[in-house]
Ligand binder design. Structure first.
Ligand SMILES: *Cc1c(COP(=O)(O)O)cnc(C)c1O
Length: 367
């Protein structure tokens, strides 16, 4: 199509989107489906919008292979609102939940649950004393077999750790913040009562949260809280209780349709595994120079790869020289420093090859 200039985008979020999903939006922007309007300018009760809404939901079901006892919810308020909404809906009538604290976001989820439900939110384990450089091990988890759920964060965006195998919780359902790795691979949703993901890392624009809730989980939700905070209302109204973020949902539709067109989540995973192999291969070959922050190799993330160079000056030089070569968003998280490479689904294998060639050259010149 066009020769429009595009950078190689390694931002942690909001992050890059697949080019075909954006080009489709560009093509459809002024005149969506022969309406003479953009999708942003149409009533959310109109049939043209309704088709987009339904397609986003049905593509989610298809890509995740969702069993019929799950509902898809399209919510607002970011991942952060879910930190409060989940315990508010479920932890009533004496129910409790166990929280695995493996990073900044996981800790926020736990703290927010305490604010809204007090002692009903219990700490299952934390690796904060080790600066979140690994995930808690299974044997460290203090789990109550009668808990309503066990909450965890599948990918720790800031520290670069990710669950390959989800925590074992017996018959207790999992509740998960998948904001930074939703749909990075196929997985079995059956152990999950609830999953939520802010869209702006792996799925689409900000302003939208994709959530999945199991029917038995939904049945436990409260009816006596503010209407907008009730999962039951959003489920009953098919996420159209109030005006949804129509444009964000439209872009989600484009991203999911693109994922389907390349072969679904199996194809997405294949790309992600290849990207990880290339990038960690380079880090492992040069581990005195690109020093991993994650201490447990089995816990390394394929979405956010974090490392430090021998000095802070070199960190800064690395980021600025990469930028000159068209690669942006590599500066580490503000409290952690170093370098963070976010390789969400929209980052291509070729993008990572370009980065790895730069990294090999950078070691030669500065190592
Ligand atoms: C980015 C992120 C969030 C924050 O989500 P908001 O949409 O900004 O509220 C929550 N959890 C994880 C794991 C994240 O990566």
């Amino acid at each position: 199509m066009s020769q429009t200039h595009r950078v190689i985008n390694f931002y942690a979020g909001p992050a890059g989107l697949p080019r075909p999903a954006l080009e489709r939006a560009q093509k459809e922007l002024l005149d969506f489906e022969n309406t003479g309007m953009s999708v942003m300018e149409i009533s959310h009760r109109a049939k043209e919008y309704d088709a987009v809404h339904e397609e986003a939901i049905s593509l989610t079901k298809e890509l995740l292979n969702l069993p019929s006892n799950y509902k898809v919810l399209l919510l607002q308020g970011g991942g952060n609102l879910q930190f409060a909404m989940l315990p508010l809906n479920i932890l009533h009538g004496g129910r409790t939940a166990d929280y695995i604290v493996s990073g900044t976001w996981a800790k926020k989820a736990y703290k927010e649950a305490k604010i809204v439900c007090g002692d009903a939110a219990k700490l299952a384990a934390s690796t904060e004393e080790e600066n979140f450089s690994r995930l808690p091990y299974q044997r460290e988890l203090k789990l109550n077999p009668n808990a309503a759920y066990v909450h965890f964060t599948s990918n720790n965006t800031i520290y670069g750790t990710q669950y390959n195998d989800f925590p074992e919780t017996g018959s207790v359902p999992l509740a998960c913040d998948m904001s930074s790795d939703m749909m990075w691979r196929p997985f079995d949703v059956k152990r999950f009562g609830f999953i939520y993901a802010g869209a702006q890392k792996n799925l689409g624009p900000s302003g939208l949260v994709l959530a999945i809730i199991r029917d038995d989980f939904l049945a436990q939700c409260r009816d006596d809280i503010a209407t907008m905070l009730r999962y039951k209302i959003h489920a009953e109204k098919n996420s159209l209780y109030n005006t949804p973020p129509c444009f964000s949902i439209y872009i989600l539709r484009n991203v999911l349709a693109y994922n389907k067109s390349i072969g679904g989540l199996a194809a997405v995973e294949k790309n992600n595994q290849e990207k990880g192999r290339l990038l960690y291969g380079c880090i492992d070959r040069n581990k005195d120079f690109y020093r991993p922050i994650v201490k447990e190799p089995a816990h390394r993330s394929l979405m956010n790869i974090v490392f430090r160079l021998p000095t802070e000056d070199l960190d800064a030089k690395f980021v600025s020289e990469a930028k000159k070569q068209g690669m942006i968003g590599l500066k580490g998280y503000r409290d952690l420093g170093g370098v963070r490479v976010s390789t969400y689904n929209a980052v291509t294998v070729d993008n990572v090859k370009t980065l790895v060639a730069f990294m090999e050259e950078f070691v030669k010149n500065n190592g």
